[in-house]
Design a protein around this ligand. Structure first.
Ligand SMILES: Cc1ncc(COP(=O)(O)O)c(C=O)c1O
Length: 467
């Protein structure tokens, strides 16, 4: 976020948008203010042209290997999107069928994630995983408060335990809701949360532990079953009953299809809630997340508001009020269209490309893999020790950008910040062909950098990369 309007403008120094004379119509303004509401009107064609021309300058989504977020849906989905763009998710009276479809979707997720009784689980759609994580965290906090008050204890200093590689939404949660963030640092040997470290950080004020299925930095799964076992042991020795929220922003839509035997979900009694992003491997356009609690007891009732619905009442738990309903319908479309088998095939195709790319990159003398893309179709690599002092992965990222590829380089989280990695997220639509085109550019740009006779100027590390 930028903090001042001036900062938000960046390099945008001109205060006006000019209309090409080719589009100007008699009597219409040809120059419009950029940062003030124009005094007069424009024809729809004109306004459309201006907005479209500017939006066209955004990146090419197909060459964006940085983002997890869906950028393509098929024609039927596009039709549905346009036809349902007017639906407001909160207006359950006006759009009871959209509300019913929302319930069907999260009940399907509850089943997919092995809730003991999916029909008695509870869940909601959200605007993304960030909101879903906030709701998961709030439920943990409120449950802890109730338990503490019931035992006549204070509720002053709650903390949440997680690895230092959590996505920024968890730092936001802790900041916005006055919860201390207790980070378990990563190390070269423990590239994900180390369950053995929990005994040293979990205390009576711990509201819960976050386990990430698909660490944003690398795509690796955290060992949820081992984390649950460590918490069982803590309960055995201290009596503390600490629950887990699984942040499955990406992995909760991969693991059920590609690693069906991995127990990371409600099969583990300690898992109270799970979130995912419909707009990541849920294969829907941006603006959709999901959170599901294993049963009604996991979501304190005093967090739930009742809105009127078909003459009855509909419970809601959300940070937003009005928000688009179209994405929920798109998720339902994807669920119906693909089913379990279709999801498995789509996600397996992405994983095959990720593992192929990882193998090819591992075979290049300049690089060492950090992980191989076999969890979610995401992997990272670093510059091989001793390979060069003339260039860094930041230079390579910049060279690739000149070819149109967005492949971020960034420092690893706290305690590993001296390590820089570069990461690729393979999404639906990134084919083997495209992967070969990328590898050709990667090989050429690496060869170019290796041919330098002296070091490139050093630059400050880029800020952490969070999506
Ligand atoms: C593990 C994890 N959690 C949460 C988020 C936030 O997700 P969203 O962008 O859907 O708010 C991300 C985004 O990349 C993520 O990787």
């Amino acid at each position: 976020m930028t903090t001042t309007p001036q900062a938000a403008r960046g390099d945008d120094e001109r205060d006006e948008v000019e209309l090409s004379p080719l589009f100007a119509r008699p009597g219409e303004a040809t120059v419009l203010p950029k940062f003030r509401l124009p005094g007069g009107e424009s024809l729809p064609d004109t306004a459309y042209q201006i907005v479209r021309d500017e939006a066209m300058l955004d990146g090419n989504a197909r060459m964006n290997l940085a983002t997890f977020v869906g950028t393509w849906m098929d024609d039927h989905a596009n039709r549905l999107y346009v036809e349902s763009a007017d639906k407001n998710m909160i207006d359950k009276d006006e759009y009871p069928h959209t509300a019913a479809i929302e319930t069907r979707c999260w009940t399907m997720l509850a089943d997919l994630w092995h809730a003991p009784d999916p029909d008695h689980a509870i869940g909601t759609s959200t605007i993304g995983s960030s909101e879903a994580c906030m709701l998961g965290g709030l439920a943990l906090k409120r449950r802890w408060q109730h338990a503490r008050r019931a035992a006549g204890k204070t509720v002053d200093a709650p903390n949440l335990v997680m690895s230092s590689a959590v996505q920024v939404c968890w730092e936001k949660f802790c900041n916005y809701w006055d919860v201390e963030a207790r980070f378990v640092p990563l190390t070269e040997d423990h590239r994900v949360l180390d369950p053995a470290a929990l005994a040293g950080v979990v205390y009576e004020n711990t509201i819960g532990v976050v386990a990430i299925m698909g660490v944003t930095y690398t795509g690796m799964y955290e060992p949820v079953a081992e984390i649950a076992a460590a918490l069982d042991e803590i309960q055995r020795t201290t009596g503390l009953d600490v629950k887990i929220h699984v942040d499955g922003a990406s992995g909760a839509m991969i693991a059920p299809f590609l690693q069906p035997d991995l127990a990371w979900d409600f099969r583990l009694d300690r898992v109270a809630s799970i979130n995912t992003s419909g707009h990541k491997y849920g294969l829907v356009y941006p603006g959709l997340g999901w959170v599901v609690w294993r049963d009604a007891a996991a979501l304190p009732d005093d967090l739930v508001f009742r809105v009127s619905y078909l003459g009855g009442d509909m419970p809601t738990f959300a940070l937003n009020f009005s928000r688009p309903g179209a994405q929920v319908l798109l998720q339902y479309y994807v669920f119906l269209r693909l089913g379990v088998e279709g999801h498995r095939r789509v996600q397996a195709a992405s994983r095959a490309v990720a593992m192929y790319l990882a193998q090819q990159i591992e075979a290049m003398p300049a690089f060492d893999l950090w992980n191989d893309g076999s969890d979610i179709p995401v992997f990272a690599w670093r510059l091989r020790d001793g390979h060069t002092t003339n260039w860094t992965l930041y230079d390579l990222s910049e060279r690739l950008r000149m070819k149109g590829w967005l492949v971020p380089a960034y420092p690893m989280p706290a305690d590993l910040t001296e390590i820089t990695v570069q990461r690729i997220v393979v999404r639906n639509g990134f084919s083997h062909d495209l992967a070969d085109a990328f590898l050709a550019d990667l090989t050429a740009e690496t060869a170019f950098l290796d041919s330098l006779e002296g070091p490139l100027p050093a630059r400050a590390p880029q800020p952490g990369f969070h999506h």
